[in-house]
Design a binder for this molecule. Structure first.
Ligand code: HEC
Length: 120
């Protein structure tokens, strides 16, 4: 058995999931969900963030952090980006990129589609 290798594998998987979890709690703590949605699905004119390119998302967040915006709409992001450290941005963008929806089986199944004549 190659223990050092297994340990390394374990540590790297731990590291990957801890960035995801750290990003997830930041996303909730910093109120990102209130505009971008609990499932990162976006709301109204706020863009969805789920599974989007990590590099591009961190580029955008760093621009907002440096108070750079391209239009008035984006200015809304500046106060939310300003307090983020590089590590926060890394964790958040890992969460966005790797986002998987946690299915809650207790809730109603919204994948159910009515087909055929709806009894009309
Ligand atoms: C008050 C609402 C609001 C909150 C809260 C908010 N955002 Fe945003 N976000 C926006 C708006 C508006 C844009 C710009 C949309 C556009 O470019 O038209 C944006 C853009 C972004 C983008 C760039 C997306 C793209 O398509 O270019 C990222 C990444 C992002 N937000 C992440 C976050 C994170 C992380 C947080 C929490 C720290 C957060 N946002 C909190 C409103 C919000």
């Amino acid at each position: 058995m190659n223990y050092p290798f297994l340990l390394l594998l374990f540590l790297s998987s731990l590291n990957a999931s801890s960035a995801y979890n750290a990003g997830k709690s930041l996303y909730m703590q910093k109120g990102c969900f209130s505009c971008h949605g609990n499932k990162l699905e976006g709301l109204h004119k706020y863009p969805y963030l789920a599974n989007r390119a990590k590099n591009y998302m961190s580029y955008k967040l760093k621009r907002f952090r440096s108070k750079i915006s391209d239009n008035q709409q984006q200015e809304m992001m500046i106060p939310f980006a300003i307090g983020l450290s590089d590590k926060d941005i890394d964790d958040l963008t890992t969460y966005m990129y790797e986002f998987v929806e946690e299915k809650n089986k207790d809730k109603y199944d919204d994948s159910y589609q009515v087909s055929g004549d709806g009894g009309s």
